[in-house]
Design a binder for this molecule. Structure first.
Ligand SMILES: CC(C)(COP(=O)([O-])OP(=O)([O-])OC[C@H]1O[C@@H](n2cnc3c(N)ncnc32)[C@H](O)[C@@H]1OP(=O)([O-])[O-])[C@@H](O)C(=O)NCCC(=O)NCCSC(=O)C[C@@](C)(O)CC(=O)[O-]
Length: 365
């Protein structure tokens, strides 16, 4: 059954549960949720979330090389750009060129590849559509898989707090959700039939409102996005303020609200060094999709003090050490991480990346 066909049943489940309190965490998960599946999906967000905060404009050729190199490491979903207002995030201004490149010369890969682009409003989505219209038959859709042609995904991004929503989108949470409704429905229309991801930022701490972020509010926003038709909710610990107990409480709250683990991705930043601990909590809870950024690049321009996403190399090493299967070549990602760090003139932010490359060098010496 397709995801869309499954939606009404899921919504029928969600509605009566919407007002459940988050205390009701007992025995709600289904047998399939409890089954410990060892396959984990890593969403590489380096080329977008990782680069968007870089002060100096990264050359288009470097961005494209980064995306192409990452696609050869076994990563199957790569967030490649962002159709936002350039005066808000100048670094993402050449996302049209990036999308054009991906469609014109998709990297050869034994795996199907999906590229994701943020679009906060219809203006951003129209800009993405104009590239798709100029390149028909160059991408797969949810309903029409074309061998060797990448799939595309659009991501909208809501917030769990009003202050962050104003700072990031210049609008209230409610107004942003109304704008997303149009984006989601247009993205899903024929001929595009695109997958849509719905981010929720600052779910475990807000740079303006502190630790007091209500998990109930997160569950409400997630429910609204799912009702609008998003295929996945990505929970952003934008500030890295999340801790193990609070990650657990949040996920229990979402479960109580009827949100399925398979509809949830975790997006951890490592500002306080808690990202892998929180990853373990989410994994134990049954989550199987995690965002990460090569060499720990990143930080949100509208979240002062937030540092990078958890490094892809660290997440891969950690998950594989637990017996999980990421399908990613650790050495390959470590090389990309070292390369992009040098290109950006910064240190490699991945502990594992440095260790892997250091060990290789010692062997060679
Ligand atoms: C939503 C707006 C546009 C509202 O911003 P606004 O200023 O209220 O928008 P507006 O409608 O008044 O338009 C202002 C100007 O921008 C243009 N414009 C308007 N929209 C677009 C567009 N899509 N693409 C290109 N141009 C656009 C529009 O045409 C106009 O141009 P002008 O008439 O001045 O020449 C703005 O707030 C914005 O772009 N915000 C994005 C901020 C952002 O990208 N933040 C980072 C991503 S979120 C994140 O990183 C967190 C995440 C996802 O990683 C997860 C986590 O860790 O939490």
């Amino acid at each position: 059954m397709s995801r869309l066909a499954a939606l009404p049943r899921r919504l029928a489940l969600l509605h009566p549960l919407k007002k459940r309190t988050c205390a009701a965490t007992r025995s709600y998960s289904t047998a399939s949720e409890q089954r410990l599946d060892s396959r984990v999906k890593i969403v590489e967000v380096g080329p977008r979330d990782g680069l968007q905060n870089e002060k100096n404009i990264v050359p288009l050729a470097t961005k494209i090389e980064l995306i192409d190199r990452l696609a050869k490491t076994g990563l199957q979903t790569i967030e490649a750009g962002s159709f936002v207002a350039p005066k808000w995030v100048p670094q993402m201004a050449n996302s049209s060129e990036i999308l054009s490149h991906i469609l014109a010369t998709p990297p050869s890969s034994p795996h199907p590849l999906t590229y994701s682009f943020l679009a906060p409003n219809m203006k951003g989505l129209s800009n993405a559509f104009s590239i798709l219209d100029a390149n028909p038959s160059s991408f797969s859709t949810e309903s029409n898989h074309l061998p060797g042609k990448p799939s595309l995904e659009i991501a909208v991004f809501a917030s769990a707090t009003e202050t962050f929503s104003q700072k990031n989108l210049n609008s209230s949470i409610a107004a942003s959700l109304e704008a997303f409704r149009a984006v989601i429905s247009a993205a899903k229309e024929t001929p595009y039939n695109l997958r849509v991801r719905g981010y929720i930022s600052v779910v475990l701490g807000c740079p303006f409102e502190g630790y007091d972020v209500s998990p109930h509010r997160v569950a409400e926003v997630a429910t609204e996005l799912l009702e609008m038709g998003v295929d996945e909710i990505a929970l952003g610990d934008t500030t890295g303020m999340g801790t193990a107990p609070r990650t657990k409480d949040l996920l229990n709250c979402l479960r109580s609200a009827g949100i399925r683990n398979e509809d949830v991705a975790m997006h951890f930043h490592d500002t306080y060094g808690q990202a892998l601990v929180n990853t373990a909590v989410a994994l134990e809870h049954g989550i199987r999709t995690f965002d990460a950024s090569v060499s720990g690049l990143g930080g949100c321009p509208y979240s002062p003090g937030a540092t990078g996403n958890v490094a892809t190399e660290d997440v891969v090493y950690f998950l594989e050490s637990l017996g999980m299967d990421t399908g990613i070549d650790l050495d390959g990602v470590a090389e990309v991480g070292e390369w992009i760090s040098k290109e950006l003139g910064r240190g490699n932010g991945s502990t594992v990346g440095r260790a892997v490359l250091g060990q290789r060098k010692r062997k060679q010496d």
